[in-house]
Design a protein around this ligand. Structure first.
Ligand SMILES: [Zn+2]
Ligand SMILES: [Zn+2]
Length: 280
């Protein structure tokens, strides 16, 4: 059995993604109410009690919400967060009891394991208090190692961070907005500037350029699938995001990379098959 990525929902109204091997289930972000989380987990055949651990990427409310923390406490789930997160997370109602009860574990940029998964967080530029992390998930089966990388909120991808993404089988990356749609939207100029800024969100073009740079530095054929995440409902269009990514990959000679979409309102499931590739 390979590894399954079930993106329970992705976007500014809530984020959660389940990474599952046959024996380990890690939930990345808890940005939905406990009711929503339970429903979305049930839709992919998982109960909260089945979770091995939770990892939180940053403090924005679409990634960590008080109601979901109550569920984590009730189910006695271990929550992993970066050491820089802790002072900020302790100000979020519902987090302190988890810490007091020994359910919080801190990580820095070194590998930690949950069941048969190895995880490593790495900091990415985003305007979240504390810090924001991307996540590598490494998994071995049948003598083959799989690498899955998640990076859902980042203003830009610095060259120094490329190495974290290199040789991933699957990358879930935000493709947040189309620059023209953002410019023409009714949003206040200050918000547009924040989204476009170096600590905001990746545009479709930035996401495509980042994936080309990663693919160019990876082993030939290593990158099999890109999953587009955190699409803005107001300032993006799924077809446009897909076309931008596909066009750039074809232009630079990577036409066989599959491209998947995530949704705000429903789960999307992707599989890294044990033998080699990715199915969805
Ligand atoms: Zn977000
Ligand atoms: Zn954010």
């Amino acid at each position: 059995m390979g590894l399954t990525l079930s993106v329970l929902g992705s976007g500014s109204k809530g984020n959660a993604a389940l990474i599952a091997s046959s024996s380990t289930r890690v939930l990345v972000d808890v940005g939905f109410s406990h009711r929503q989380l339970r429903e979305r987990l049930a839709a992919v055949g998982v109960r909260p009690a089945d979770l091995s651990a939770v990892v939180v990427t940053h403090s924005h409310s679409d990634h960590i919400c008080q109601s979901a923390l109550k569920m984590c406490r009730k189910e006695r789930l271990t929550i992993y967060c970066h050491s820089h997160h802790l002072p900020v997370f302790l100000t979020i109602p519902g987090f302190r009891p988890l810490n007091d009860e020994g359910l919080v574990r801190l990580f820095e940029e070194t590998e930690f394991t949950v069941g048969d998964l190895a995880l490593r967080g790495f900091e990415l530029p985003h305007d979240a208090p504390g810090c924001n992390v991307g996540l590598n998930v490494l998994y071995s089966d049948s003598g083959r190692q799989h690498k899955l990388t998640i990076a859902t909120d980042l203003g830009h991808l610095p060259a120094a961070k490329l190495s974290h993404f290199v040789d991933s089988d699957l990358i879930m990356l935000e493709s947040n907005h189309d620059l023209t749609m953002l410019r023409d939207s009714d949003r206040p100029e200050s918000l547009k500037a924040r989204i476009r800024g170096d600590n905001g969100h990746l545009s479709n073009a930035q996401a495509a350029e980042a994936i080309v740079a990663i693919a160019a530095r990876s082993r030939p054929g290593a990158l099999k699938q890109v999953v587009l995440a955190h699409l803005s409902q107001e300032c993006n269009d799924a077809d446009l995001a897909l076309r931008t990514m596909r066009g750039m990959l074809s232009l630079y000679g990577f036409p066989v990379v599959a491209i998947g979409l995530t949704h705000q309102d429903r789960p999307a499931v992707f599989e890294l098959a044990a033998e080699s590739g990715v199915r969805c």
